[in-house]
Design a protein around this ligand. Structure first.
Ligand code: NAP
Length: 511
């Protein structure tokens, strides 16, 4: 390994630099090891691994993807305790994988990459961290996730509020909610999980809903003793469960792409609403006015019951302003609050908003994405050679486990590195025309999807209304598209003897 031990001023020169130690970054590290490549470093801005599953610690935080689909296929978790795992169990699994694969030696904690500059003479990236440390790497893999910048809305008078206020992804566990009046802004996936948990602890809960969400039951339960034993003793049984879960997640995507088939899901959701909410007035407030699937569907059995507790109110007239002592709704009523919790989601318009990334010919990612985030297969961006993104633009699985998507990308990155080696290329860059045509086809397909045409605004759409998150197909189609990089889609060149040469094919299979 060519990297030197961490020393403030010393430059480290890993072959591959991975940014982020969530599922994506750690998976990349494991796939590199499996390919016989150990010359890599992972940068982590925090002091621990886990990404979103480290940051989101709000009460009730859990996964709405079946747990059998929520571990790496190449490092399966044989000891899930539930059908849908909760955050502590997922984080434990991630930490176990890090230990089992001895990944910690590659990780630089408390190290936030803030600037990336591509050096055209050496075909290497120079990456600087907040503390001034420099890394020079042949390949950079951005694995910092899609949902990591909390969206803190700028609501009138927010600064005036004298009580406690925090975002769901930055839960302040030092604030005891017992006996307090609590206001929750937002009713998305996160809020729907923590509202049932804090209702009853707080003296009173006011829930501010801007848009009603579609809800479906969550088929969650603890795994039975015999199932857990079977998973451990006969891995094939767990694989069959996984296959079943895979197709359960895959089928709704077909309806999301052809909204006329969504009626069945809408009827199931309305049936649940009418069964769980007898009061017609409350039911009307909770009935969405757009197509199901347009926003992420909430899978929960206890959200509607929580809203009907005598100590919980659902407020739908909108937030007018904050006062020193609470939140005033648009109908003029003041809702006194000791604590305000923002369940307001994440900023998703530009995944690299806080980073200075300078590619070929001095182009910055901000300039490249002036009209919105675009990439090729969510992994490479024209103008930014030798850089890969995981969970990049338009690679999100409509309902499929994001881990499945990530694994397809890990495979694709490894295959790209193999292609570089085979062709003795020191630089790989997706061609601009290929990326353009790919995106024009992609956005054409998305136009008819429920995410674009379902009549709502969600975090899938950027401020111009373009969908920058969704893959316009099933997980299977994404898997197929990422099996083998097409050499013709890239410009592969080699820096040799001070001259730039077009890369040539050479038989070798290593990285
Ligand atoms: P979200 O789904 O984007 O929900 C944000 C909520 O805040 C919405 O109800 C939104 O209202 C509201 N809001 C935002 N800005 C507002 C404003 N200025 N005034 C009033 N209300 C405002 O965010 P999230 O709940 O954190 O979930 C984000 C994503 O994270 C999910 O879609 C999901 O993919 C992922 N997630 C997954 C799990 C899981 O189980 N795997 C759990 C949690 C989160 P509008 O609807 O009107 O915009």
């Amino acid at each position: 390994m060519s990297s030197t031990p961490a020393k403030a001023e010393a430059i480290e020169t890993p072959d591959v630099l991975i940014v982020g130690t969530g599922f994506a970054g750690l998976g990349m590290a494991m796939k590199l090891l499996d390919a016989g490549h150990s010359d890599f470093v992972l940068l982590e801005k925090a002091d621990d691994v886990g990404g979103t599953w480290r940051d989101n610690t709000y009460p009730g935080c859990a996964c709405d993807v079946a747990s059998v689909m929520y571990s790496y296929s190449f490092a399966p978790n044989r000891s899930w305790s539930r059908m849908y795992a909760a955050q502590p169990e997922i984080l434990d699994y991630i930490k176990r994988v890090v230990k089992d694969r001895n990944l910690e030696q590659h990780i630089r904690f408390n190290t936030e990459a803030t600037s990336y500059v591509f050096d055209e003479d050496s075909d290497r990236w120079s990456v600087r961290t907040r503390s001034g440390q420099e890394y020079r790497a042949r390949i950079v893999v951005l694995a910092h996730g899609a949902l990591h910048q909390p969206n803190i809305p700028d609501l009138p008078g927010m600064g005036r509020f004298k009580g406690e206020m925090f975002h769901s992804a930055q839960w302040d566990h030092s604030v005891d909610l017992k006996g307090k009046r609590v206001a929750v802004i937002g009713t998305g996936s996160s809020a729907a999980q923590f509202i049932p948990e804090i209702a009853g602890t707080a003296a009173h809960l006011d829930v501010f809903q801007r848009t009603a969400h579609w809800v479906l039951p969550k088929a969650d339960r603890p795994l039975k003793g015999f199932e857990r034993k079977l998973f451990k003793a006969l891995p094939l049984v767990q694989q069959l469960y996984r296959l079943l879960a895979y197709w359960t997640h895959e089928v709704p995507v077909l309806a999301f792409l052809n909204p006329k088939f969504l009626k069945v899901l809408e009827l199931a959701s309305l049936r649940m609403l009418s069964k769980q909410v007898p009061d017609p007035e409350l039911r009307a407030k909770l009935t969405p006015d757009y197509k199901i699937g347009c926003k992420r569907i909430l899978l929960t059995n206890d959200y509607y019951p929580a809203l009907q507790r005598p100590d919980v109110d659902l407020i739908t007239s909108g937030v007018a302003e904050f006062t020193e002592t609470g939140v005033k709704s648009a109908d003029g009523q003041l809702h006194e609050a000791d604590v305000v919790i923002l369940g307001t989601g994440f900023s998703t318009d530009n995944r690299c908003a806080t980073e200075n990334i300078v590619g070929r010919d001095g182009i910055t990612i901000q300039e490249a994405w002036r009209d919105g985030m675009t990439a090729h297969l969510g992994t490479t961006v024209s103008g930014f050679p030798n850089m890969f993104m995981l969970m990049g633009p338009n690679s999100g699985g409509g309902a499929q486990s994001i881990l499945f998507v990530i694994e397809a990308q890990l495979h694709y990155v490894v295959e790209c590195l193999r292609m570089m080696r085979r062709r003795r290329a020191t630089r790989l860059e997706i061609r601009a025309d290929v990326q353009r045509e790919f995106n024009s086809r992609l956005h054409g397909k998305l136009a008819g999807s429920v995410w674009n045409s379902g009549g709502c605004h969600s975090w899938f759409l950027d401020h111009t209304g373009q969908n920058r998150q969704s893959w316009p197909g099933t997980g299977t189609s994404y898997w197929r598209a990422t099996r083998r990089p097409d050499p013709k889609a890239f410009t592969l060149t080699s820096r040799a003897g001070g001259r730039r040469l077009r890369a040539v094919s050479q038989p070798t299979d290593s990285l």
